[in-house]
Design a protein around this ligand. Structure first.
Ligand SMILES: Cc1cc2nc3c(=O)[nH]c(=O)nc-3n(C[C@H](O)[C@H](O)[C@H](O)COP(=O)(O)O)c2cc1C
Length: 332
């Protein structure tokens, strides 16, 4: 699973500005980065962490450590007694034979090690191939709250997707630096957008996605601000362009092959259909077909109170599995 952390609350709520007694902001700042894959650092690191590559990097680090503990570069440490140079001064017939034996022993000792090294490299290449063939789910998390209901629902979707063999990349929209869309006009010149900021990895992840999960709490009947920034910046995935015969037309850059779900949390006295409408429009713009909405409507303001609804979390896991197992849509 991937997490994108950006400027983080450290920058927004620096020591001088943060009220440490605040029940919601406080835990974000003190929470340990090592508290799990969905518990992210509160300080600004604008980077995208892919669970898969993170795991393989960790494996490589471990391999590297054990390689250096063994003497490095895939060779065993040389425990043999110090040898004399073959054919050196004063070398006897017997010592020459000994030296030849030593060389033969070295060759035997190093050959399997060398080929194992090659095999490791081949295995790594196969793993990379395998990763590129695996289906990818991108989760856009619009909730600024850590451990909130939206986050927990997305986490359950990610669990299901990973259990089905998918690779999940999550972006916490509140923790990235994204400029608002400037409506710069037809055909932006550089890549997807004239700006290059934390949207760049999002564009790439969405482009390569097999499925998309968009999560947001309901804020004033619609999606949260952080998610809205990301959604607006995706306008250029289906840009307005000059039509050959004059006038303008929309030109989708990506075919509509992805499946999408919307995940939300709100008060049971309120509505989520307006947010859903907005998200469905966004999904269409990024080559995704909306399939369903998972709404957690509650009567309390407890942090992450969706945990009291295990059936909803289980459903989210099933949705994650289904998103990965379903074939890509055939573009109409
Ligand atoms: C700025 C703001 C606006 C909100 N507006 C609404 C709203 O219009 N309707 C509603 O049901 N809840 C509203 N809420 C409450 C949240 O949607 C609700 O607490 C949600 O469960 C938060 O989910 P989360 O903890 O996963 O982020 C609002 C909360 C905030 C902070």
């Amino acid at each position: 699973m991937t997490t994108l952390a950006g400027m983080g609350v450290g920058r927004l709520f620096g020591p001088g500005r943060l009220d440490p007694g605040h029940r919601r902001l406080h835990p974000r700042v003190v929470r340990s980065p090592s508290a799990g894959s969905w518990r992210h650092r509160s300080r600004g690191i604008a980077r995208c962490v892919d669970t898969e590559s993170e795991r393989s990097r960790a494996a490589q680090r471990r391999q590297g450590r054990s390689a250096s503990a063994r003497g490095g570069a895939g060779f065993e440490p040389d425990h043999s007694p110090r040898r004399r140079r073959v054919g050196g001064r004063g070398q006897t017939r017997r010592s020459r034979r000994e030296a030849q034996d030593d060389r033969a022993r070295d060759a035997r000792r190093l050959r399997p090690q060398g080929s194992r090294h090659l095999l490791d490299r081949r295995a790594q290449a196969v793993t990379a191939l395998d990763a590129s063939a695996r289906r990818r789910l991108v989760a856009l998390d619009g909730s600024p709250v850590l451990g909130g209901s939206v986050e927990r629902l997305l986490e359950a979707i990610a669990e299901g997707a990973e259990a089905a063999g998918g690779i999940v990349t999550r972006f916490k929209c509140n923790e990235i630096q994204v400029k608002p869309c400037q409506s710069c006009g037809p055909e932006p010149t550089t890549g997807f957008c004239v700006f290059h900021d934390d949207m760049d990895p999002i564009y790439e992840a969405l482009r390569d996605a097999h499925a998309v999960a968009v999560g947001s709490p309901i804020y004033f009947d619609t999606v949260s601000g952080p998610l809205k920034l990301v959604m607006d910046r995706c306008n250029c995935i289906t840009p307005l362009v000059h039509a050959p015969g004059g006038g303008f037309t929309f030109r989708p850059l990506w075919p509509r092959t992805r499946r999408g779900v919307f995940v939300t949390a709100l008060s049971s006295r309120h509505r989520h259909d307006l947010a859903e409408h907005s998200v469905r429009g966004f999904m269409k713009w990024i080559g995704t077909r909306w399939e369903e909405t998972l709404a957690f409507a509650h009567d309390d303001e407890g942090l992450g109170s969706v945990v009291a609804r295990p059936e909803l979390l289980e459903h989210a896991r099933e949705v994650g599995r289904r998103l990965i197992e379903s074939p890509p849509l055939v573009p109409s």
